[in-house]
Design a binder for this molecule. Sequence first.
Ligand SMILES: *Cc1c(COP(=O)(O)O)cnc(C)c1O
Length: 375
Amino acid sequence: MRPIQMVDLKRQYAGIKQAVDEAVAAVMDSTAFINGQTVVDFSDQLAAYLDVKHVIPCANGTDALQIALMAAGLQPGDEVITPSFTYIATTEVIALLRLTPVFVEVDPDTFCMDPSAIEKAITPKTKAIVPVHLYGQSADMEKILEIAKAHHLHVIEDNAQAIGADYTFSDGTVKKTGTMGDIGCTSFFPSKNLGCFGDGGAVCTNDDSLAEKMRMIANHGQSKKYYHDVVGCNSRLDSIQAAVLNIKLKQLDRYNAARFEAAAYYTAAFKENPRIKTPCIAPNNKHVFHQYTLVMEGVDRNQLVEQLASAQIPAMIYYPVPAHRQKMFSFLNLPKVDLPVTDWLTERVVSLPMHTELDREQLDYITDKVNYFTK
Ligand SMILES: *Cc1c(COP(=O)(O)O)cnc(C)c1O
């Protein structure tokens, strides 16, 4: 059996090596390392794939969130409602901009923001909602958008983990995650579903004026060369990364299908195991399984991770400390929040290897061991 990795980028690269190597070599020959044609091509291709008007590439997913929040025109002290059960970047940029993160509960089945918690968290200072499409499936966007509309709030989607996922509205309309709110933010970190060979990210929107603002913000607030209208930042996607992404975007649906198939295989193998709760796919979602995350009941989760490691099976805890318990926010003196579902999940989740190259032999080995260690 091939060694099992959490994410197997080597084998994925082997499948597209010639095309990637040629595309990267072409950028090197052109020396158009910044804002080259490959960046324009990639932005256009991604906009077509997502069916969204504007894609503005940037340096990473964290910058994408920051640029989006800056473009929304929020003022220090404005409140932004967001889950605590997420990767730190989502909430970090809120605090960085001196906005106030208001952490709300997630749904225990989908791990995504619980819409019923949002209304209770709204105050006159609330200006935006940042839902996270965690582990690869959409948050309940129909309800979130309804609440946002009723209260005139911006919706900025953290789509770093779910690029390619679909959400179906009750009228039958299907949309890609990241294109339902005012702005969608994504990351091309190597291990993401659409990953490059370094750092990368993008924001997208259907709103012309937000698009123009975000283009300016990502480019030193510049309106024309050397004329700077607002304080921005320097956040660009390298041409070499765009060249890689141009090739990988064509594979994205195939990659996501491979993840889905591996997830289905895991789920079938754990069906009879009463100590394992397998991932729940909301009926209106097409899940792209950035992570395959179990909830362990009546099992010492940390011991399981150790046992798996001794059997050469990597497993990860995403994430061991929720945002509302992180020290970094102490300077904000936030009021204490009680998030029992978030705390409960934090103690019980385990993510198994998930990538595009898992084969039957590996999946059989992993599922056998997990079932054996949780007997
Ligand atoms: C990866 C990730 C980010 C940040 O992306 P980077 O490219 O690493 O900056 C933000 N939010 C979530 C949910 C992520 O998983």
